[in-house]
Write a protein that binds this ligand. Structure first.
Ligand SMILES: Cc1cc2nc3c(=O)[nH]c(=O)nc-3n(C[C@H](O)[C@H](O)[C@H](O)COP(=O)(O)OP(=O)(O)OC[C@H]3O[C@@H](n4cnc5c(N)ncnc54)[C@H](O)[C@@H]3O)c2cc1C
Length: 322
């Protein structure tokens, strides 16, 4: 088997941007674009959304699947090869590295990991239906909060950690009021975020809904209300709203790399050099949401995909591989 210069695992914005850069640098990258690992599909998370309004270059926005199809075609035009399978095992213990899917295998001098992360959902049938059809259910306030449908409306955020406070305070810019539903009677967010939260409560922009869980999402083509269950009394009630934002965490797709690459306490890949894409194994680079629990945007994933390809190219060149 000939040794690939660079293998890329994942085909979201990070993996495909890395492929475009690596292909244009004559590294003829091979991309394992995934099949259904982590509940994702080739093209990544944006395949599950409608309008993407904040990716630069599209004045009137672009549909997520359309953006990803264009990125893939751009990578292919420069000579990227694709395998539509999930990687099931890697061996990074010696060079060349070994990457395997069910039907294929590759040896590689360098590897870029861009396997992304997945938002945690409640997995209620109506929640999933309305999330997939742009019906006002989202797991990303920064992506969707500014949409006209949410302006001056009552919105609901579910969660009690830092990201729930972050998302809720972002939404206060647009909403008439943001109801924050949490299963306990206090937040588990950091002290500074709790202070921010309580200030917004004092100003009437956020209304906490303590000791409650969402048990159903009501609405045909768009959300009209959430059904809430009181965790103490078991009482059920409805809360009218025009948007529901989940902020109950993300799960990085790093199961494959457990014990192989350094991860942080949440399971995200750890970068060994600040401001780079180097992981704990020389020659293995990481880009996008798989190594980023902070920004989690298509444009930041694409940006770090570019960085990973440049890091890999320079790392290979230093070893005489061009
Ligand atoms: C519903 C929704 C709407 C969003 N809207 C916006 C928006 O409007 N604007 C914005 O900037 N961001 C948005 N985001 C966030 C954005 O989609 C992510 O930040 C971005 O997709 C991350 O890109 P990524 O390349 O790191 O990973 P992902 O997009 O998560 O892609 C990961 C890739 O890895 C593959 N993969 C996983 N495991 C394996 C494996 N074992 N083998 C091979 N392949 C594997 C998957 O198939 C997939 O191709 C949204 C997210 C969601 C869920």
């Amino acid at each position: 088997m000939s040794v690939e210069k660079v293998v890329i695992i994942g085909s979201g914005p990070a993996g495909l941007t890395a492929a475009i850069y690596a292909a244009r640098a004559n590294l003829s990258p091979l991309v394992f674009e995934g099949y259904n690992a982590g509940g994702l599909v080739p093209g990544g998370q944006l395949m599950f959304t409608t309008d993407v309004e904040n990716f630069p270059g599209f004045e009137h926005g672009i549909l997520g699947p359309k953006l990803m199809t264009a990125m893939r075609a751009q990578a292919e035009r420069f000579g990227t090869r694709f395998i539509r399978e999930d990687v099931v095992s890697v061996d990074f213990s010696r060079s060349p590295f070994k990457i395997r899917s069910d039907e294929a295998a590759a040896d590689a001098h360098a590897v870029i990991i861009a396997t992304g992360a997945r938002a945690n959902w409640l997995n209620l049938p109506n929640e999933q239906r309305l999330a997939k059809t742009g019906g006002g259910v989202s797991a990303c306030a920064v992506c969707d909060g500014a949409l006209p449908a949410f302006r001056n409306q009552e919105l609901v955020v579910i969660g009690g950690g830092d990201s729930a406070v972050e998302e809720a305070s972002y939404l206060t810019k647009f909403a008439s009021v943001v109801h924050v539903v949490h299963r306990r009677d206090q937040l588990r967010a950091s002290k500074i975020m709790q202070e921010r939260f309580h200030k917004l409560v004092e100003h009437g922009k956020i209304k906490p809904v303590w000791n409650s869980v969402v048990t159903d999402v009501i609405g045909e083509s768009s959300i009209e209300a959430v059904e809430l269950k009181d965790t103490n009394s078991g009482a059920i009630r409805r809360l009218a709203c025009k948007g529901l934002f989940l902020a109950i965490g993300h799960t990085p797709n790093t199961e494959l790399f457990k014990g192989v690459l350094g991860t942080d306490e949440r399971g995200y890949l750890k970068l060994s050099r600040p401001g780079s894409t180097y992981t704990s194994v020389e020659g293995v680079f990481a880009a996008g949401d798989v190594a980023d629990h902070v920004y989690r945007q298509a444009v930041t994933a694409a940006g770090t995909g570019c960085m990973a390809a440049l890091d890999a190219e320079r790392w290979l060149a230093a070893r005489g591989i061009e």
